[in-house]
Design a protein around this ligand. Sequence first.
Ligand SMILES: [Fe+2]
Length: 395
Amino acid sequence: MSIQLTPLPLSPKADPVKMAEFGREIKGVDLNNVTPTQFAQIREALYKHEVILFRDVKISPADQAAFTKAFDPTSNGYGHAFDPSVSEISTRLLQMHGIPGVPEVQLIGHGTIFNHEGVARADLNHPTHKEFHKTVVSPEDEAKGYTRYYRWHIDAAFYDLSPPRVTSLYGAVVPKGIPQIVRYDDGSGDELPVTLGATAFASGNNTFELLPAEYKSLAVRMKIKYAPHLYAWVNNTHAVSSGIAIENEGLEVPLGDLPPWTEEKRKVLSALWKNEVTGKLHFQVHPSIAHELLIDPLPAGANRTNALYPDGAHITDLRTVRDILFKIQRPGIASNLVYAHDWQKNDLVLFHNRGLMHSVTGALKDDDIRVFHQCNLHGSDDPAPPSAEDVKKYA
Ligand SMILES: [Fe+2]
């Protein structure tokens, strides 16, 4: 049986051109019995459409891990390392509950659950903006259904381990999806209707394509040096109201006070990651934990008019790093460029972690129970940077 692809239900606000290819539901596949031909079609759909959905799936954590690993067969191990000294200091922003025997699959969600897939008890917390943003939605507005994105991110450690190609999310227990409205609260007036606990996705290719020429030139020449132990470093910080950046308050843990780290394990990655099927460029930077920018000079013969940093630069001032990234990344999460997935029980969503950013939304109540199985494996290599041709075209 051949597989069928149908568009996902985009928001009425969605840009009909820029979002035309984003997201597909795949029908006609038994995920417990995928043929090599079907897998090749699924892989192509994933890299082309970035988010793919399978409904009414019954899949064990071990089979979910095997399916996810198939996108990077030599990858080995969960996307984040299990380091107790790091977990101790990053409790606020990264909680891990591995499933026994399948450490690549984590339980995430909300509420206290018992006897689930070999886990006797887990106290899960659906993170909300109220725990992380500098300002919060007022209780009155929250009662009216207003909420925010929590934190736009890429699933990756950005230290020692390469970013996972793919993340799979399986909705084992899903609370009723009442309507909410994500507000940006940044003066833009922008907002996006979602359902409770929706996962928001925005394409890094749209972020890149939207940029004016001088920023495309900067992006194609830019590398990011990440802080070691990402969520430990920013454990005490606060995010801006759209969740796309960290406020400059000087609350980062000094690098010398972090759990032990070594310079050679720090990740330096290009800002643009090349899609391994389409060849498109995706602006993929984890804005919360970017530490330094390394910018190559313009290549010989490039037009220097309006060029940013034509002679190259090494930017270590955190405020400047964040200002540059915010200018580039905020337009890419405008409500007309976001797909917010309305979860149903037994949905399996697979997303191209090297091609998009995503964020939790909403705030669950104390008695809401949500149990998701999340799986990703750190990449077997680093993402492909722009090619020499890309540099020539955009620099
Ligand atoms: Fe995530």
